[in-house]
Design a protein around this ligand. Structure first.
Ligand SMILES: [Cu+2]
Length: 164
């Protein structure tokens, strides 16, 4: 007569069972897999480069520009979101813009190398800037630049310091 479980025990079991089922349902969810692929080693961007140059500046000038032609033989556009180099404190992607009759430049969040196309980085167009050179660069010296994409892929290239 007293062996019947009290009704609250059945309710407690139900309450405990519900989250347990939800947990089981989560195991097959793709979210943990996506997290794992983010941590995967970073692949190289499918780019080639021609005529990579850094503009030689007089000693004491701490900022300079980098020019090149980036070629993307792949079927997908490559969106670059940053650049880094060991010779400068900071490097950035730039656009040249016309404000009235004044030509100026401004930092941009991204530069795109079109699929099966190319992007020319030059003085009067899109280019890269190296800000805060740690030391004077010598004409003829090779400098490593690393281009970064939003997905973590990178492209490392060597640019020659040249007189403008
Ligand atoms: Cu610039």
């Amino acid at each position: 007569m007293k062996q019947l479980p009290p009704p609250w025990l059945a309710l407690a079991a139900l309450a405990l069972g519900a989250p347990a089922l939800a947990e089981t349902g989560h195991v097959g969810h793709p979210a943990p897999k996506a997290a794992a692929s983010t941590a995967a080693p970073k692949a190289a961007l499918p780019l080639r480069v021609q005529n990579a140059a850094i503009v030689a500046v007089p000693p004491g000038v701490k900022d300079t520009a980098a020019h090149m032609v980036l070629i993307n033989p792949s079927a997908r556009a490559v969106k670059l979101t940053g650049v880094s180099t060991p010779v400068a404190r900071h490097a950035m992607l730039m656009n040249t813009v016309m404000t009235g009759k004044m030509m100026g430049m401004r930092e941009t969040k991204a530069l795109t190398v079109p699929a099966r196309g190319q992007l020319a980085l030059k003085n009067d167009g899109d280019h890269l800037m190296l800000m805060g050179l740690w030391r004077p660069l010598k004409v003829g010296e090779q400098v490593t630049l690393t281009l970064h994409a939003a997905d973590g892929r990178t492209f490392k290239l060597s640019a020659t310091v040249r007189k403008p």
